[in-house]
Design a protein around this ligand. Structure first.
Ligand code: L34
Length: 284
């Protein structure tokens, strides 16, 4: 079993980006700028946007985190996005999800200029992903592919099973695996005999948000297991993934830990996307 450390991979990639940003600052006269909008005080979200600010500082990206009260109206948020869209000093805009229930997240995301949409969630970016056109790739799926490649895991011709069909992880990671020539199955809560489906997987990607859901009987010996979950273990209160790590690690060829796996890579890919949006603008 080999651990794929998102933390180590992130550190290496951030150090590279810091050097690049140093050069771009000299070349273009200013640093890239990422504005993160957080509405409300969801503890997970607070922790993730803090991680984003920290990573930006490490890379030399200017970060502004705008914290708005949970009672902010949708109209107020849309007006804020409009002003960020029109602000030339802002290269990337990220509205942290989930939003409070009184807001329509689809509407909010669609209001972000697609060329500042560093999450890759805007309909134009989603369409371009599925049409194989240039686009901003969503951070978590992009990070997962980078992790597989960094571990020299062959994707082409392999059976990949993705558990979860969310628009932010399950669907786009399935498409990226397909683009790498994997044979992809998307499994979900209605899948019959899920364990048997998962046991077919050479690459198993789990993004369902249920602590320790994937057990040893669901893992084919020698499979690569990518755990996207960030949950609290109901017994210990500690952070845990969607995969029962202790039980599945001995079987797998490669596995990602939680914490220190996919989460840090998501943040590092956000830095990459911010850099991409900035460069596209600077290069004209
Ligand atoms: N708009 N909303 C938007 N973009 C995103 O890309 C996200 N996501 C998801 C939730 N909402 C979003 C994130 O940022 C999940 N997510 C995220 C980011 C980072 C980490 C986990 C989820 C992360 O760094 N996890 C650490 C542990 C963090 C902790 O201690 O709480 C890890 O090592 O896994």
């Amino acid at each position: 079993m080999e651990l794929i450390s998102g933390k180590a991979l992130s550190a290496a990639r951030k150090a590279e980006m810091a050097k690049e940003v140093e050069q771009y600052k000299a070349q273009y006269g200013r640093a890239p700028q990422l504005t993160v909008v957080l509405v409300g005080e969801d503890p997970g979200s607070v922790s993730y946007v803090t991680g984003k600010a920290k990573a930006a500082a490490e890379v030399g990206i200017d970060n502004v985190t705008l914290r708005k009260p949970a009672e902010t109206t949708e109209a107020e948020l849309l007006a804020l996005i409009d002003s960020l869209n029109n602000d030339d000093t802002v290269d990337g805009i990220l509205v942290q999800l989930p939003l409070p229930k009184h807001m329509d997240s689809d509407k909010v995301i669609a209001a972000i200029r697609h060329d500042k949409d560093v999450d890759g969630f805007h309909p134009a970016n989603v369409a371009n992903l599925w049409l194989k056109q240039p686009c901003v790739l969503p951070c978590t799926p992009k990070g997962i592919i980078q992790m597989l490649k960094s571990a020299n895991i062959e994707i082409s011709g392999k059976r990949a099973v993705v558990i979860g069909r969310s628009t932010i992880v399950g669907l786009p990671v399935s498409k990226l695996l397909l683009d790498e020539n994997a044979t992809v199955t998307i499994a979900h809560s209605r899948t019959k005999d899920l364990a048997a489906v998962c046991r077919e997987a050479d690459i198993l990607v789990v993004a369902i948000g249920r602590p320790k859901f994937v057990t040893a009987d669901m893992v084919k010996p020698g499979a690569a297991v990518i755990d996207v979950g960030v949950n609290r273990d109901p017994e210990t209160g500690k952070l845990c993934g969607d995969v029962d790590f202790e039980a599945c690690a001995p079987l797998s060829s490669h596995i990602t830990p939680v914490p220190g796996g996919v989460g840090p890579m998501t943040i590092t890919c956000l830095m990459e996307n911010t850099l991409e949006c900035y460069l596209r603008k600077m290069k004209g």
